[in-house]
Design a protein around this ligand. Structure first.
Ligand SMILES: [Zn+2]
Length: 300
């Protein structure tokens, strides 16, 4: 079974969000059976600064442009919207909640998302202004252990200029994985530029899973032709293939530094992140492309 572990409900070029029907059509065309759809909560520090919605700083070196040009749709995606999207195809779409520690009682927000909305995991965006080991998240992590749902944590490069890179250092995920040994933690995107820390955290904590999503694009933007091969081969050598997860960011992608992605090249990362590597066995590839996500999420 092919499971895309990392999707967003992205805006299309006309600014409207992709619909469930369009999303499922893209999955069918790409041969993807199930997909995880991630919520987004940046608190007040996300893609649009709350006190200035008209003109926004862009991603890295693109000059100052209108926010609508960069992010034509909403940058946050609340739990209810994700749940409604996932409910439209409950056998194929798995929704994740998102939370920021500035929120009132993050643990209650997550409990509601799971108990009332049927979401099945949590996504955190530390570059929105917090370390993963923020004590305000302790009760939330405890709730996730109790609810038996994984927490996926963005690691490595930041998305936009005014976010702070330091929060994305995977070293801080080690605190979470160590202090909550029964919590399943997923570190996202391969951790660049902290590749070694990322690998050490994965190696040191058997409850840490690794998502390779976007690593191919990061390698292109930062001119690191060996990054994907190095990261994947080191991880497989050190922790095996059973905790590695493949994902795509979804059928549309609207970050200008990475170019635009359409349903046509939706599944190209299957080859770039997994299928091209001769050091992976057929079984390894099956694990990474879906089998591991089935186990993590109990999808069997
Ligand atoms: Zn993502």
């Amino acid at each position: 079974m092919r499971v895309d572990f990392h999707c967003h409900i992205e805006p299309k070029p006309d600014g409207t969000l992709i619909t469930p029907a369009e999303f499922l059509k893209a999955m069918d065309d790409a041969g993807i059976d199930k997909a995880v759809v991630l919520g987004v909560d940046h608190g007040e520090t996300g893609y649009a600064r709350p006190w200035s919605r008209r003109v926004q700083g862009p991603v890295y070196g693109h000059g100052w442009v209108a926010a609508e040009t960069l992010f034509p749709g909403p940058s946050d995606l609340d739990d209810d919207t994700v749940a409604a999207f996932a409910r439209s195809a409950p056998d194929r779409l798995i929704g994740f909640a998102s939370v920021h520690p500035d929120r009132y009682r993050p643990d209650l927000k997550v409990r509601r998302a799971v108990d009332e909305l049927g979401l099945r995991g949590v996504k955190l965006y530390p570059h929105a202004g917090f370390y993963p080991n923020d004590p305000r998240l302790t009760r939330m992590y405890e709730a996730c252990v109790e609810l038996r749902i994984p927490v996926a944590i963005h690691c490595g490069i930041k998305a936009v200029r005014w976010q702070h890179l330091k929060y994305n250092d995977p070293t801080y995920v080690d605190d979470v994985a160590t202090d909550f040994p029964d919590l399943q933690v997923v570190m996202l995107h391969g951790g660049y530029p902290w590749v070694e820390q990322f690998i050490v955290v994965a190696y040191s904590n058997p409850n840490v899973w690794v998502d390779l999503t976007f690593l191919d694009r990061i390698a292109l933007v930062f001119n690191q032709p060996d990054l994907v091969r190095y990261t994947v081969s080191q991880l497989v050598r050190l922790i095996g293939s059973e905790r590695l997860l493949w994902g795509t960011e979804g059928p549309y992608l609207s970050l200008p530094m990475f170019g635009s992605q359409t349903p046509k090249d939706y599944a190209a990362s299957i080859d770039r992140l997994v299928r091209q590597f001769d050091f992976l066995t057929g079984k390894d590839k099956e694990n990474i492309l879906g089998g591991n996500a089935v186990r993590l999420l109990g999808l069997a």
